[in-house]
Design a protein around this ligand. Structure first.
Ligand code: ATP
Ligand code: MG
Length: 417
């Protein structure tokens, strides 16, 4: 992609109310644009990161045997009445009347909707288990949308739902989902802790949250670094310096974390409300056992920024970077130099290396370096008169200070390994 063609101009001023590091960096570098508190547009650079994060999630959910579908945001009150949550969620759900006086709302989550649609499909033990997921917009009237894209009023959630004949089947899948979630976050460059948490308004039993350590988080977690035991402070009753209850060797630390994912054993709460039953082998009618599993796509993206940045800008992990390499054309480019730079750009493109080519004219070298560090692609390559005479480019990693001068072809071979 040519930077001259990108909707891009480094922002020097920020919205006054934007205090979160993730949003400050993402706004300055033109990844996102803030429309109002908790509502953001994703510009071409941000769009690409979001796509990559979603693709990682998709791969891991597909590997679990889950099938992707899509449910609507606009929902009738009637879908929410049986579970009793229409009233319960009043404070956070956007609820209103349409022009014909019908009560409708924008979905905050989809347990009710998925149970209703499965009700017409699942009717025998032979139909179970089944797993479905979507990557879809959620709306929540969050009272404190101050964490940038970590807490949106409109945001994207990957929500998966599982249907089982019994608790044992749910238990098995739940454990597999835990591993898949941990892999998703790892592939995004994040260490996550599987954290015991409250069941929320879903169930009496506990749920598991996936916590990433960062001062930007809104949660507090007791953590044992030795064995990885983690419990949300909301349900923990530990004293300072207490030993870990599972390994007993480690000492618990209270750390600030952000919840990037959350999984629940729902039991039969929503299937009973939606009349989602199945006939077992003996022909007895039983409610389907359900689980639900969420990941916040933009929250995950924002957490990556919170964890991977320095004073100059973002440091994207290669797996989610909008492009792999930032190619900078420096100096008053002669026709010959422009041609050379174009050649290198095409060589990268042809080799399938994702490249952002800063081909902007009348932009100083200093500005280009500044923007490159802010945008934070994993690699930076410079083309100048000096490198051209050798037929080479100067390569540097975003997180290292040393550089080396190599032929484009050699570098391509290196990163393709
Ligand atoms: P929180 O406690 O942070 O408000 P939650 O427990 O209400 O989140 P869930 O209903 O469990 O969230 O949603 C599943 C996932 O969706 C969360 O783990 C989080 O990653 C993401 N998520 C929830 N609310 C938001 C939001 N307002 N903006 C962005 N992502 C969110
Ligand atoms: Mg949660």
């Amino acid at each position: 992609m040519r930077q001259s063609k990108l909707l891009f101009k480094t922002q020097k001023t920020l919205p006054k109310d934007e205090v979160a590091v993730n949003a400050q960096l993402l706004i300055r570098a033109n990844f996102v644009h803030k429309l109002m508190a908790g509502v953001y547009s994703y510009l071409p650079l941000g769009f690409r990161v979001r796509e990559k994060v979603m693709e990682i999630i998709r791969e891991e959910m597909n590997a679990l045997g889950a099938a992707e579908l899509l449910m609507p945001s606009l929902q009738p009150k009637s879908a929410w009445e049986a579970s009793g949550r229409w009233e319960g969620l009043q404070k956070i759900m956007y609820q209103f009347k349409d022009h014909s006086g019908r009560d409708v709302g924008l979905g905050v989550t989809h347990e009710e909707i998925v149970a209703l649609l499965a009700q017409g499909i699942i009717d025998s033990y032979a139909d179970l288990p089944k797993y479905v997921y979507q990557i879809q917009a959620k709306f929540r009237d969050e009272p404190r949308a101050k964490s940038g894209i970590l807490r949106g009023r409109e945001f994207t959630m990957k929500d998966m739902y599982s249907f089982h004949a019994d608790e044992k089947s749910l238990e098995d899948f739940y454990e597999k989902a835990k591993k898949a979630y941990t892999r998703v976050f790892e592939r995004c460059g994040l260490k996550s802790y599987v954290t015991e948490a409250s069941g929320g308004d879903f169930s009496k039993s506990h749920s598991h949250e996936f916590m990433v350590e960062t001062p930007a988080g809104e949660d507090e977690t007791y953590l044992c670094r030795l064995c990885g035991f983690a419990r949300n402070k909301e349900i923990a009753d530990f004293k300072k310096g207490e030993r870990c209850p599972t390994c007993t060797a480690g000492v618990l630390e209270k750390v600030t974390t952000v919840e990037v994912g959350n999984i629940f054993k729902l039991g039969t709460k929503f299937s009973e409300a939606a009349n989602l039953n199945f006939k077992d082998k003996e022909g007895t009618l039983k409610p389907v056992v359900m689980g639900s599993y969420g990941i916040g796509v933009e929250r995950l993206m924002g957490t990556i920024v919170e964890v991977h940045h320095d004073e100059r800008g973002i440091l994207w992990p290669e797996t989610v970077a909008p492009f792999t390499i930032h190619l900078l054309l420096l100096g008053e480019a002669s026709e010959e130099l422009q041609k050379f730079a174009d050649g290198v750009y095409h060589e990268f493109e042809k080799a399938g290396v994702e490249v952002l080519f800063d081909d902007r004219m009348k932009v100083s070298a200093g500005e280009k370096f500044y923007d490159a560090d802010l945008i934070g692609l994993p690699w930076r390559a410079i083309v100048s008169e000096k490198t051209m005479v050798q037929g080479k480019i100067e390569i540097k990693k975003r997180n290292e200070s040393g550089s080396k001068t190599v032929k484009a072809k050699e570098f391509i071979a290196e990163i393709k390994q």
